[in-house]
Design a protein around this ligand. Structure first.
Ligand SMILES: Nc1ncnc2c1ncn2[C@@H]1O[C@H](COP(=O)(O)OP(=O)(O)OP(=O)(O)O)[C@@H](O)[C@H]1O
Ligand SMILES: [Mg+2]
Length: 449
């Protein structure tokens, strides 16, 4: 069933918007309009969104994505064209019916979700229902269910400032879900989140989508995200939709040179980035830990080496099990080997015990990479270390790790799919299947800490 129909919609800002649309129809371009003092934010956009679909709108900053989205729930009126939700023309609806639609059937989730600081998580999630005028008991029940859905069960009584950024964003999502809206409009909803959390949210959205069958229009400027989420993707450029298709369509049959350069730039080798396969780091030790403590961590995590991090997970280096073991042995060794019979008295060596910490044992020459490095650029750095690759941010904080097997598995998947039929393996969530085999190409992104 088609839920949303967008017919030749344009939005021009400025003094004579209708005149602007007419000029566009006559062939004027965006630049000419700009010179005349009007902005053509969206130009002649047409598409439909099916019930239960995730439709992604992707484009660079200023390409008109947010303007388009605001016309889908009637927050902005198109200068020309029309938007039909469930067969009803939004532009023809009386103001009250439109408000009603926005509070019950269409929900919006923004990039920075503004929670009320003096309301509990539950009250925040229930806000949309409060606006609808639902009695307290009922809205709290629904809000609690929605919080459960987004994995925040148990946090109802907490305050927003007790929540991480990712959790706050989940409250935003819960608020939208609590209203039972059929259509969710999400404007860069995950863009402000850390890569691991962001991917987590993407996975959760896909999961929720499968269970709840909401219709979602999701805006992003991130191709990686678009490919992961979108059943179909609309690519916008300068206010116009230049292509609509599946991730696979857009990669393999770009509609024009612009789309080609967009996807080529990032290319298949960029569809899958370090962020999309990195894992939560295990085996973390502090620089001031004693060898014995480090050994315990290594044993517990079944690791042959650990990452050394200090406050805020700033990465200092790595330390191997071998090195820690040697330090422990040295502590056990008798003070002087010349002493006859000393080997029989294995007393701890107090001086070594005091002196040696992980800081003294670690290797600071650690191979790192960035979250946005394409998989193809990870092979070279991965070959230079036996450790999992460390993914760090601009401040040198450890964001995740990529074990060699994970990298090989991801690259292997793609190689199989690509060679079998010339297509990436999985059209829907390409993020799990595609990567370019260009082992040398992007190695420069790797750097030593
Ligand atoms: N209310 C407004 N009045 C005038 N111009 C506007 C208005 N809203 C948006 N614009 C202009 O319309 C164009 C498209 O803006 P829009 O916010 O839709 O882009 P976007 O793709 O969402 O960008 P971003 O990725 O930066 O959020 C821009 O040139 C912007 O300056
Ligand atoms: Mg925007």
């Amino acid at each position: 069933m088609t839920q949303l129909v967008v017919e030749h919609v344009s939005k021009v800002f400025g003094r004579k918007p209708k005149e602007g649309v007419r000029r566009l129809q006559e062939g004027a371009d965006r630049e000419q309009l700009r010179e005349e003092g009007t902005t053509a934010a969206v130009v002649d956009a047409s598409f439909t969104v099916e019930q239960g679909e995730i439709f992604v709108v992707m484009g660079l900053s200023g390409s008109g994505k947010s303007t388009l989205l605001r016309m889908l729930n009637g927050l902005l009126e198109p200068t020309s064209g029309r938007v039909l939700f469930d067969g009803r023309d939004l532009t023809a609806l009386p103001a009250k019916a439109l408000r009603d639609l926005r509070s019950r059937r269409i929900s919006m989730v923004f990039q920075h979700f503004a929670l009320f600081p003096h309301r509990s998580v539950l009250e925040n999630a229930a806000y949309g229902l409060e606006v609808q005028g639902l009695p307290r008991a009922e809205r709290e029940k629904k809000a609690a269910e929605a919080l459960e859905l987004v994995g925040l069960g148990g946090w109802e009584k907490s305050w927003p400032d007790e929540l991480s950024g990712g959790m706050q964003q989940r409250v935003g999502l819960a608020r939208a879900l609590a209203t039972d809206a059929e259509l969710l409009l999400m404007d860069e909803s995950f863009s402000a989140l850390d890569p691991l959390i962001r991917r987590d949210m993407q996975d959760q959205l896909i999961d929720l989508q499968r269970r709840l069958h909401k219709t979602i229009v999701f805006i992003t400027h991130d191709l990686n995200e678009a490919m992961r989420l979108g059943d179909r993707i609309a690519v916008m450029r300068d206010g116009r939709i230049v292509q609509i298709g599946t991730a696979q369509d857009i990669l393999t049959e770009p509609a024009d040179d612009y789309v080609a350069s967009f996807v080529q730039d990032v290319d298949r080798s960029r569809v899958l980035t370090a962020a999309s396969i990195m894992e939560e780091p295990r085996a973390l030790v502090g620089p001031d830990d004693a060898p014995r403590a480090a050994m315990r961590v290594l044993r517990t995590d079944h690791a042959s080496a650990a990452f050394v991090v200090e406050g805020g997970r700033k990465l200092l280096g790595t330390v191997t099990e071998e090195r820690v073991e040697r330090a422990l042995d040295e502590q056990q060794r008798p003070q002087s080997l010349e002493q006859p019979g000393a080997a029989l008295h294995k007393t701890p060596n107090p001086s070594a015990d005091e002196g040696d910490t992980v800081r003294d044992l670690m290797d600071t020459d650690c191979v790192t990479t960035r979250a946005d490095t394409p998989l193809s650029g990870l092979l070279t750095p991965a070959s230079r270390t036996t450790m999992p690759l460390a993914v760090v941010d601009g401040d040198g904080r450890l964001k995740g790790v990529i074990p060699r097997v994970a990298l090989l598995a991801a690259l292997g998947d793609h190689a199989d799919g690509d060679h079998a039929d010339g297509q990436p393996t999985d059209g829907h969530h390409l993020g799990e299947g595609a990567a370019d085999e260009d082992p040398a190409g992007h190695g420069r992104e790797a750097a030593s800490a």
